[in-house]
Ligand binder design. Sequence first.
Ligand SMILES: *Cc1c(COP(=O)(O)O)cnc(C)c1O
Length: 365
Amino acid sequence: MAEYKYPALLHDRAKLVSNVKKLSDKCGEQGIQIAGIIKATNGTVAAAEDFVAGGAKLIGSSRLEQLKRAKDAGIKVPLLLIRVPMLSEIDEMVDIADISLNSEPLVLEAINKAALDKGITHKVILMADLGDLREGFFNLDELVETAAKVENEMPGLVLAGIGTNLGCYGSVIPTEDKMVALAKLAERVEAEIGRELEYVSGGATTSLLGVYHGYMPDKINMLRLGAGPLIGPLEDVRLCYNLEAMDELECPFVLKAEVIELKVKASYPQGELGVDAAGKKREYVDRGMRMRALLAIGRADYGDIDDLVPEMEGTTVIGASGDHTIVDVEDVKDTVKIGDIMTFRLKYSALLNLAESENVKKYEI
Ligand SMILES: *Cc1c(COP(=O)(O)O)cnc(C)c1O
């Protein structure tokens, strides 16, 4: 086994490729291509390569730096900026991204001008806000009007499609009626401009619901997938949406952290209680004396203990401060030693945070 430095974030490349392949095959059966969204890995080139190897037809990120890295590394598929561009990044954006998601006529005009100045064209996908209330046209008539304007009056732009995003801010489920609404809107835009759209982008990982349950309208032909392939069977999404089908996926990223203290301690703090390291009032449960492992990793690295899932049965993460994590190991106390490495599966936010933490070593295996 390789010698690692800890804490370590391990990226198992074969598992990511396999996840992407399963999802792109499944979506492909329904005429849906995948854009691989790499932002949760801090946009590593390895993740972009794995997505492409697994069958992703585009690579996307919210951050231009990450797309630039993919481009510089020779990723050949179209690069998609999935956060509505800042006016201040448009000049750079048209050089790096092939396509961007958009919702502001003013921004579209600026992209049009930047593309014309450079003698190029840039593809845009107009976003419809179908109720999740983050980005996108909330007034769908305005989206259709803007689409016509892009098509007829902005020669630096190519109207590549429309899309939507659900399940982000508003927790709105991509139910069949939402997907049908998007498909109908695509037909409206197509009637307006007199041709077919290249992309109708039905959302992110949560929109796999429509694929697994077989209700995706034919019109929808692209999903932007990050969490599904990167995290694997997401407990929360799986339970909420009844997606046992996701169990066929594996868990490509794990955290490994080292045990630095192993002691039997009281489980209820002793003394007068104020606030914890984060300045929060906490509740503690008195479970008597328990064996606890202290790990050299903390909230500064991963965020919230709820986003770590210990691999070792019988252990529970009970708390953390910025640089320490406390794990109850009472039920497995005979098998844990100082210097042992504990492995955790990660929920989305933990992966995002760990990938960006300088303190965490990264290994691709
Ligand atoms: C992050 C993001 C995605 C990917 O979402 P996942 O839930 O990780 O699949 C897709 N589209 C947009 C606009 C995003 O911001």
